[in-house]
Write a protein that binds this ligand. Structure first.
Ligand SMILES: Nc1ncnc2c1ncn2[C@@H]1O[C@H](COP(=O)(O)OP(=O)(O)O)[C@@H](O)[C@H]1O
Ligand SMILES: [Mg+2]
Length: 494
């Protein structure tokens, strides 16, 4: 049997112990979920299997023989593939080139055989994203589309062991469903699946067994039938979780803080109008491609071709630049925070103070004392955990990174927040604390536009939900009356 056996695997990164004597067995042909909060060590374990990291201690056995992979190609040759959590593609190549990276078909060993390449890559993409044109460049794709290409590439390696590291973090429900069907099919064909996720419904749908890691240690392995929401959450975070229904919804809108009239953008958005009052959370539902992020970008002044008016706390902003709109009190937390919300290579401190120069500058000089005071206050308020404020933002977990993005805006006294997928790719514990922060923002008088592909999140937080399809608003429902089914129907137009 080609079972995978991790035996007392230890891995350190500098002073961090990412894995501490983890022993666990993954049976051949099963789908084994790895769960745990951010920083628990899930990705590190997957990367040891895929040849990216070598353990500092312990052994990896596959099918009874000891394996030490020194590189990704070595692991690949042994039949192991991985879909990474971080987007790892070449932006300046086409989808086809990314899909066939390393085995591009050539004619006479010289010329890239474009026709074969297009055909092969179309086959690879067919099961997961049939609508994508393989000639498109990677950089022109959305985060979700790039993720789909990565998944197709990994599956295309025909590996016997596949590691999926949070593959649905940027996918809409329909795309996730397609992925689950593909995974179920791979499993039927005997492929061993290691599925990293912190989403309970996915894990229940796919996994035969579930291992939970916390702080680099194995908390335990359960079979699918032994696992319940409650048990898994407690294993992951060591305490029970607030349920979405406990989220406060009372308190109607008051003063209008955000007023959008006839917002349009050629080919993307058609005459969108909405308003949101102080204390109100307005959800925006839609499938990938419905134009939700485009609307957010247009409201923030990032889409030069857009027309219509956006009024923030009484200031009409359509003639204003992004900076002017920020001054008027608008905050935008984009979908891809790694690209737009945070400078990962800079320190947490720099990231925090970049957007608030006027508050921490005295004459022309940076007032370090004031900066530290503000930073300490906001980081404490949001529960941001860093080893030091001078550590690079890249060293933080996704949840803490997202909290820094929020802290920046809070420190600027923003009144209207556009949140685009604010909890995408964040573990359950941090997710529930971001939900709390969003509710508190509203309770303190902010108006919030919440774009989310997770319907339970939208339903749990929003007072009202506006449904978007093909760049238009197609309906609006009361947050307490809407159901996932009713939203899905409106989102897909069925
Ligand atoms: N390449 C790396 N360099 C330094 N620290 C790392 C690296 N990869 C992971 N870590 C650290 O190891 C710990 C486990 O991380 P990871 O395996 O990514 O957790 P998870 O996938 O469960 O969120 C975290 O504290 C993380 O910061
Ligand atoms: Mg991870």
């Amino acid at each position: 049997m080609a079972d995978i056996h991790f035996d007392t695997i230890t891995k350190r990164f500098g002073g961090t112990v990412a894995l501490d004597a983890v022993s666990l067995t993954i049976r051949e042909g099963e789908c084994h979920a790895l769960m745990g909060e951010n920083g628990a060590g899930k990705s590190t374990l997957g990367k040891i299997l895929a040849g990216i990291h070598r353990p500092d201690g312990g052994t990896l056995m596959i099918g009874g023989s000891r394996k030490i992979f020194h590189s990704v190609p070595e692991a690949r040759a042994a039949g192991i593939g991985m879909v990474y959590q971080e987007l790892a593609s070449c932006p300046d190549l086409s989808i086809a080139e990314n899909l066939l990276l390393g085995h591009t078909p050539c004619r006479w060993g010289l010329f890239v055989d474009r026709r074969t390449m297009a055909a092969e890559s179309r086959d690879l993409l067919h099961g997961i994203a049939p609508e994508l044109d393989v000639r498109r460049m990677m950089h022109s794709l959305s985060v979700a589309q790039r993720q789909l290409v990565q998944i197709a590439a990994a599956i295309g390696t025909r590996a016997g062991i596949l590691v999926f590291d949070e593959p649905t973090s940027s996918l809409a429900d329909a795309e996730s469903k397609r992925l689950f069907a593909i995974i179920a099919d791979l499993r039927k064909r005997g492929v061993t699946i290691v599925y990293v996720s912190h989403r309970l419904p996915e894990v229940f749908e796919l996994a035969d067994s579930i291992s939970v890691l916390r702080d680099g240690r194995l908390v335990g392995t359960l079979s699918r039938s032994e696992a319940t929401d409650d048990v898994l959450v407690r294993m992951m975070i060591g305490r029970p979780l607030l349920s979405e229904t406990e989220i406060r919804k009372e308190g109607g809108p008051s003063k209008i803080l955000l007023e959008v009239r006839g917002l349009s953008s050629p080919g993307l958005l058609t005459s969108l109008s909405l308003s949101a009052g102080a204390g109100e959370i307005v959800g925006i539902a839609g499938l990938v491609g419905a134009g939700r992020s485009e609307m957010a970008r247009a409201m923030f002044g990032l889409d030069a071709a857009s027309s219509g008016t956006v009024t923030i706390a009484g200031t009409e902003t359509s003639g204003l630049s992004v900076r002017g709109r920020m001054k008027a009190g608008l905050a935008f937390i984009p979908e891809d925070r790694k690209l737009q919300g945070l400078a990962l290579e800079l320190s947490c401190r720099r990231n925090f103070s970049l957007t608030i120069p006027e508050k921490i500058r005295r004459l022309c000089f940076l007032d370090h004392h004031r900066e530290t005071a503000l930073l300490t206050a906001f980081f404490r308020m949001l529960g941001i955990k860093t080893s030091s404020p001078d550590a690079p933002a890249s060293s933080l977990s996704g949840g803490n990174q997202q909290k820094i993005v929020l802290a920046k805006w809070l420190a600027r006294d923003a009144r209207v927040f556009i949140l685009d997928e604010p909890t995408r790719g964040i573990d359950v514990g941090a997710k529930s604390s971001i939900h709390t922060i969003i509710r508190e923002l509203a309770a303190n008088g902010a108006a919030i536009l919440l774009i989310s592909s997770e319907l339970p999140e939208l339903l749990g937080l929003s007072h009202r939900i506006i449904v978007m399809r093909q760049g238009e608003f197609v309906g609006e429902v009361d947050g307490t009356l809407a159901t996932q089914e009713s939203l899905l129907r409106m989102m897909s137009g069925l």
